[in-house]
Design a protein around this ligand. Structure first.
Ligand code: PGA
Length: 249
């Protein structure tokens, strides 16, 4: 099964528009054979869509807090999310890291969300590529800290989204060949954290300038089990993107 995450970020501005985008995605989701979609709208809109969920279409959050209740003004509790029938969340998106989230904070969020039984999409990615391979250490450290002491039994709920920050919001994604190289590196690192066999079961997604016309190549040649889509997930072309990925045998 492949996964496509629709990260709407702080868009659109009205519930009415959100409902339109959702219904387009929902329509195509009914025909899917090999793909599940997790739509992550702004948290304020999310509860409006939970009733329409089914096996191939889920609602998720874009971020979650690492405590389940208490004096934390403005935070989103994983327990409350589950109570609202929201069972998935992105953690550690580069736009959150840019606002100050550290690997240590992301680790707490991953732990709590997994303990609460949520599906977690952990985002990792380097901000720029040097010629000496230092970016590999960045990725390694992000994984090692975020996933330290994670119980093996909760790994079935974990997905890792590799998103090179320089390819997010850009015009071109990373090349499929380079994505393939990174998936091997990430699997190897996951193998050090857990076991080789367990590492193989953790889906790796790619994100960063994925559009309807490049999605297929990224999945086929990049060795990824899915995609994390920003801008394109708000447009009508997202339907073509989903169909193109689902058609891959
Ligand atoms: P983009 O965003 O698809 O608009 O590049 C991806 C992301 O931020 O996850």
């Amino acid at each position: 099964m492949r996964t496509i995450i629709a990260n709407w970020k702080m868009n659109p501005e009205t519930l009415q528009e959100a409902k339109q985008i959702w219904s387009g995605t929902k329509r195509v989701s009914a025909q899917l054979k090999r793909t599940q979609i997790i739509v992550c709208p702004p948290a304020l809109f999310a509860p409006n869509f939970t009733k329409g969920q089914h096996k191939k279409l889920q609602v998720g959050l874009q971020d979650i807090f690492h405590e389940t209740k208490g004096s934390y003004t403005g935070q989103l509790s994983p327990t409350m999310a589950r109570d609202m029938d929201i069972n998935a969340t992105i953690v550690g998106h580069s736009e959150r890291r840019k606002l100050g989230e550290t690997n240590e904070l992301i680790h707490k969020k991953v732990m709590t969300a997994l303990n609460q039984g949520m599906t977690v999409v952990l985002c990792i990615g380097e901000t720029y590529r040097d010629n000496d391979g230092a970016y590999l250490n960045v990725i390694r450290e992000q994984l090692m800290i975020a996933l330290a002491n994670i119980q093996r039994s909760s790994l079935s709920k974990l997905q890792v989204a590799y998103e090179p920050v320089w390819a997010i919001g850009a015009t071109e994604p990373m090349t499929a060949t380079d994505i393939h190289g990174m998936t091997i590196f990430i699997k190897k690192t996951l193998g050090e954290l857990f076991s080789k066999d367990l590492a193989r079961t953790i889906p790796i997604l790619y994100g960063g300038s994925v559009f309807a016309d490049n999605a297929r190549e990224i999945v086929e040649k990049g060795g990824v089990q899915g995609l994390l889509v920003g801008r394109e997930s708000l447009t009508i072309s997202f339907i073509d993107l989903i169909k193109a990925v689902d058609a891959i045998k």
